[in-house]
Ligand binder design. Structure first.
Ligand code: PAF
Length: 288
């Protein structure tokens, strides 16, 4: 079934989407994919704008992927705002919104064949959310196969996701360029996230601790790793409502923690729980 909103078509089956894209490709159009789970915010719309710059046709997928949620996580309460999402995408000139039901993506129930994210998939986010990255890579692989885009957009906010997707694309010879867009922040520094809508006013204030910790880490980078970790962790001292899960500095090439005496570019990753909401953020730092 296809719903048409201005020039934006909402497509819910794989066959229909493939047919529509084949027509557009036959006319010489390039295709960009923006994979999302919906509940769109300005961070997603930055991905859409970039996709429009890079390709003739933009497909935004909206699918809350059950495979990447563990038991006790927020699969059931994850915000689902399809009408508002489609309206925003129509305003941004998106041609196709692919919004399949779970039965379309997984007609026989959870797939038996999955992509394993490897050792890095078990660290940081993967340590707190076992299986999350296997589920994420599995659905991204499916979406890449369904859409076969020339370019696929991801946000830098999910730095570990970006690392793992890039590696999968490289190792599986997927013929798509992975393009990464910088994190979009509120004026006070909070990284945009669909999960921010779970936060009440005081939690919203407490959530600023993540970006404050990253700023402190950045400021201490010239003094080396130990200072970065100490200053970053100190930012969490002031707030009872925020529980630090991890603050780690990784090598952007390997995504393994850097050595104590590391120098040069690195990525500081932070995750914390604010009330029952898990938030993540990251920034590039230059260790001196
Ligand atoms: O980043 C997300 O929203 C999801 O992990 C993705 C890439 C859409 C896969 O479900």
């Amino acid at each position: 079934m296809t719903e048409v909103t201005a020039d934006t078509r909402v497509v819910s089956t794989i066959a229909e989407l493939r047919g529509l894209l084949a027509e557009r490709r036959a006319g010489g159009s390039s295709v960009a994919l923006v994979p999302t789970m919906g509940a769109l915010h300005d961070g997603h719309l930055a991905l859409v704008r970039r996709a429009r710059e890079l390709a003739d046709v933009v497909v935004v997928s909206i699918f809350v992927n059950p495979l990447q949620f563990g038991p006790g996580e927020d699969l059931d309460r994850y915000p689902r705002t399809l009408d508002a999402d489609v309206a925003a995408l129509a305003e941004h000139g998106v041609e196709f919104v692919f919004a399949p039901a779970a039965e379309v993506m997984y007609p026989a129930g959870p797939v038996e064949t999955t992509i394993a994210a490897g050792h890095i998939g078990t660290l940081y986010e993967g340590a707190s959310r076992p299986g999350h990255f296997d589920g994420m890579l599995t659905v991204v692989a499916k979406l890449l196969n369904i859409v076969q885009p020339d370019v696929v957009e991801f946000g830098q906010k999910d730095a570990q996701q970006v690392f793992l997707v890039r590696r999968m694309v490289r190792e599986f010879d997927v013929p798509a360029v992975v393009d990464v867009v910088p994190t979009v922040r509120e004026a006070d520094g909070l990284a945009l996230s669909s999960r921010n809508r779970y936060l009440d006013e005081s939690q919203r204030m407490a959530a600023l601790t993540l970006s404050e910790a990253l700023r402190a880490a950045e400021a201490a980078a010239g003094d080396g790793l130990a200072e970065v970790l100490a200053e970053g962790a100190a930012a969490f001292g002031d707030h009872d409502d925020v529980t630090l899960d991890y603050l780690v500095v990784v090598d952007p090439e390997t995504f393994l923690p850097v050595a104590d005496d590391a120098r040069g570019d690195a990525v500081a990753l932070v995750a914390a729980r604010v009330g029952s909401t898990r938030l993540i953020d990251n920034t590039t730092i230059s260790l001196g």
